[in-house]
Design a protein around this ligand. Structure first.
Ligand code: SF4
Length: 457
């Protein structure tokens, strides 16, 4: 499922081959962004909420160790078993061992981008354990053997007709049926069977409250509740940055999260998991997987404030027109592009460049992450570390030398005008990626500086 061999531009090229899909993807996400705008304008204190959320998260990050230990202590006092995982491998091993210990080989899972980041499904499949994703969008991409293309809307890249074909192949609906109501009802019946037969359920965590040791999971489908309440073992996987100090702070985050994500006032279910019911085991796995390293990078630690609302994706002109899979990482879009290089600078060196740096992502971010600044800073880090395209780096150096010298700048301008006029084929050809889909400019007779001097003689 991983597409590490191709970089963003090449993967975007594949997505861009279907122009109708690109337009529709673009418009659908813009519609979600517009809904978000309408809802936020209804709240006069919106900016104040954003500032408060940002400050709470800053505070947590500055005392992360203390809050993690407080959360562990309170969760254990509630009867929850707490595990610590340094990386994805440890996380997957813990889940696998817990299931094997209980002789379980089938598990239901609600949406958790952390488990996507850890490639948990693949790991468990290799160990003979079947995982069924219970979020409708996740189930669709799972049946299609794809990764989610969006953190909130995992199958936003698929049309209902394609989903109809997937359901026909895997869930037995009639061929050609694409009515969303019929497809949803089919998924509901299919998942009901899964919920009542699985002894283990894994959920993600949206917010973990240090003060009480409880976890809050937000879903629109109630699938996390169905899985966790019916299972004998509930495993919750959370990144260590998901903490908030007090339950009272939820009021800030829950108001921001869904308005930013889908333009709803609140998620349909905001479920609190505090202690296992009688006879049930509840586990929480606190996963680092590079987060401590990111916390130690002053320029990038703010990215850990993310509450995974997806608003930065919905607004990003590059994401909307290149599709989530072009980011070849579980978390796509602008936030993925500042998180992924922390995990593997070489593999994800292309992502910070997949942006216009327009700043729209930072403008909509409910916790005020300066995403576009971090994209820009990652570019500098990646160039320094030598992970960028050598030809591009040389071209930039040449450009810098030219722009730094008035003589060289004038000479380059003359050469450019001459080439475009007398030998345009040397730039207007298929070897020049810039030329593809663009008209090269008609060369002016003189430079601006020549024109200016002429008039001010
Ligand atoms: S970076 Fe901000 S806008 Fe993007 S997903 Fe995270 S919280 Fe939402």
């Amino acid at each position: 499922m991983e597409t590490q061999q191709k970089k963003h531009a090449a993967l975007a090229d594949i997505f861009n081959k279907d122009e109708a899909r690109v337009d529709w993807h673009d418009q659908t996400l813009w519609f979600v962004r517009s809904k978000r705008d309408r809802l936020t304008h209804d709240i006069p204190e919106w900016e104040e909420l954003r500032n408060t959320a940002s400050q709470i998260k800053n505070h947590v990050l500055s005392r992360l160790q203390d809050y993690l230990l407080a959360f562990e202590k309170n969760a254990q006092a509630n009867g929850v078993q707490v595990h610590w995982a340094a990386d994805a491998r440890e996380h997957n091993q813990i889940v696998c061992e817990l299931l094997k210990k209980h002789g379980i080989d089938r598990m239901v899972k609600s949406k958790s981008m952390l488990t996507e980041e850890c490639y948990l499904n693949d790991y468990l499949a290799d160990n003979g354990i079947e995982v069924i994703d219970s979020d409708l969008g996740e189930r669709i991409v799972q049946l299609a053997k794809e990764m989610p293309s969006h953190i909130v809307l995992p199958c936003i890249h698929k049309k209902k007709e394609e989903i109809g074909d997937i359901f026909h192949e895997h869930l037995g609906t009639a061929a050609g049926v694409s009515d969303p109501q019929i497809l949803t009802e089919t998924a509901r019946q299919h998942l009901r069977d899964v919920f009542v037969t699985r002894k283990a359920a894994l959920t993600g965590v949206n917010f973990a409250i240090a003060e009480t040791g409880e976890m809050v999971v937000c879903t629109n489908e109630g699938n996390a509740d169905m899985g966790a309440h019916l299972a004998d073992i509930h495993i919750a996987s959370m990144g260590i940055e998901k903490l908030i100090p007090k339950r009272a702070h939820l009021g800030v985050f829950l108001r921001l999260l869904t308005r930013s994500a889908t333009g709803q006032p609140i998620t349909t279910y905001s479920s609190h998991f505090r202690k296992p019911r009688k006879g049930q085991e509840m586990h929480v796995i606190l996963v680092d997987n590079g987060r401590s390293r990111q916390l130690g990078r002053p320029d990038f630690k703010n990215s850990l404030k993310c509450i995974r609302c997806g608003a930065c994706m919905n607004t990003c002109p590059v994401y909307r027109r290149s599709g989530g899979h072009s980011y070849h990482h579980a978390i796509s879009g602008p936030i993925g592009s500042i998180l992924a290089p922390n995990l593997d600078m070489e593999k994800f060196a292309d992502l910070p460049f997949a942006s216009t740096l327009c700043g729209s992502c930072s403008n909509v971010c409910p916790v005020k992450i300066d995403i576009h600044n971090q994209l820009y800073k990652w570019r500098q880090e990646l160039v320094k570390a030598g992970y960028t395209d050598k030809k591009k780096t040389m071209a930039m150096k040449l450009m810098a030398t030219t722009l730094a010298s008035p003589t060289k700048f004038r000479l380059a301008g003359k050469m450019g005008r001459f080439t475009l006029k007398y030998a345009p084929f040397t730039v207007n050809n298929s070897l020049n990626p810039w030329y593809k889909g663009r008209e090269m400019p008609v060369p002016p007779k003189q430079s601006f500086s020549e024109w200016y001097k002429e008039r001010n003689r």
